[in-house]
Design a protein around this ligand. Structure first.
Ligand SMILES: C[S@@+](CC[C@H](N)C(=O)[O-])C[C@H]1O[C@@H](n2cnc3c(N)ncnc32)[C@H](O)[C@@H]1O
Length: 323
């Protein structure tokens, strides 16, 4: 499995020297013989010979490979490997006939934002916090020039590598990097998706500024965030956890989120969707056996989290980087 990034020539303004350094550090990390990394790498490599032309990326279920392309022994082996990549947070997928019902029905988020995306054909796109790449595969259907996924967690990184070793889509590339490094891709992206990230950042404003550095002048930002209800431009800062999640810092109202984005230097800031979360959209499945949304909410009052905070909305915003 080759880890080096061979697409940077498509991004002439990126800080190639700094990225080369990070890539070589990541190469060393990925080649490590540490048990956890070795196991993920071996899992990914054990099925990387399975390749297919049969893709359906324009449907709720991202389909890569049909059941009749591999024999029973290969399918049993693949099933074990895919089970080892649990928990599956984002999906659904169908992989050579194996159906993966992930915790999130990610197609619902995709359907909400798709009408607000610019034409993706020939665009250079970043999906920051891309998890296993579900939205990257959905975007591939629209023929972008390149989609770069940012994902610092090895588990998600190797899950994506495995999926894309089947699909062989060179236009999809994943970086083992966080949003903190986005600015190194200076003036590179026509479109940036920043979905489910801001409330996990200690400084949402700095995060947005870093993202802006990575965007071309006139580029489109799509933000999706947890939010609390209310008209005032304020944010909740939980004592410790919000809906049981420890790494949650500022949970804004929609107008607060709007203000963050415009004060980070974006223009044409438009809130285009706001909806309550539900335990149909995020739930425990056979492929994610831990607690899920239902367990995060007060069983006596669905408008409160288990800690007594307002239950989350999800708010979507579109904005332009004026340059
Ligand atoms: C709440 S999930 C959102 C996933 C996806 N964007 C979505 O909306 O469905 C947050 C994702 O960000 C990743 N992540 C964690 N730290 C990050 C960082 N510093 N920069 C970028 N992504 C990060 C997590 O591993 C996870 O995949």
């Amino acid at each position: 499995m080759n880890f080096s990034a061979n697409y940077l020539h498509l991004l002439p303004k990126a800080n190639i020297a700094a990225l080369d350094l990070l890539h070589s550090q990541n190469e060393t990390r990925l080649s490590s013989q540490k048990k956890g990394i070795l196991r993920l790498r071996e899992l990914a490599e054990s099925v990387s010979h399975l390749q297919t032309q049969h893709l359906n990326l324009d449907d709720k279920v991202v389909t890569i490979g049909n059941a009749d392309e591999i024999n029973k022994t290969e399918q049993d082996k693949l099933y074990q490997v895919l089970r080892s990549f649990m928990p599956w947070r984002k999906g659904p997928f169908s992989l050579f006939g194996i159906d993966i019902d992930a915790e999130w029905q990610s197609d619902r988020k995709w359907d909400r934002l798709l009408p607000f995306l610019p034409d993706l054909k020939d665009k250079v796109i970043a999906d920051i916090g891309c998890n296993n790449g579900y939205y990257m595969f959905r975007m591939a259907h629209h023929e972008p020039k390149l989609v770069v996924g940012f994902e610092p967690y090895l588990h998600h990184y190797f899950t994506f590598r495995t999926l894309n070793s089947f699909a062989g889509l060179d236009i999809l590339q994943m970086e083992l990097l966080g949003v903190e490094e986005a600015g190194l891709f200076s003036q590179s992206f026509d479109v940036v998706l920043l979905l489910g990230i801001l409330y996990h950042r200690i400084s949402p404003l700095e995060c947005l500024r870093e993202v802006r550095k990575s965007m071309v002048h006139g580029g489109t930002l799509i933000v999706e965030s947890q939010a609390i209800p209310g008209e005032e431009p304020v944010a909740l800062f939980p004592t410790e956890r919000y809906a049981k999640v420890p790494g949650t810092y500022f949970v804004p109202t929609a107008s607060c989120l709007h203000n963050w984005i415009s004060r980070a230097g974006f223009t044409d800031v438009e809130i285009f969707c706001s909806h309550a979360m539900t335990s149909e959209e995020q739930r425990r499945t056979d492929w994610m056996e831990f607690e899920s949304y239902r367990d995060f909410i007060d069983p006596r009052n669905p408008e409160l989290t288990i800690e007594g905070y307002p239950a989350p909305l999800r708010v979507f915003v579109k904005a332009i980087n004026p340059g």
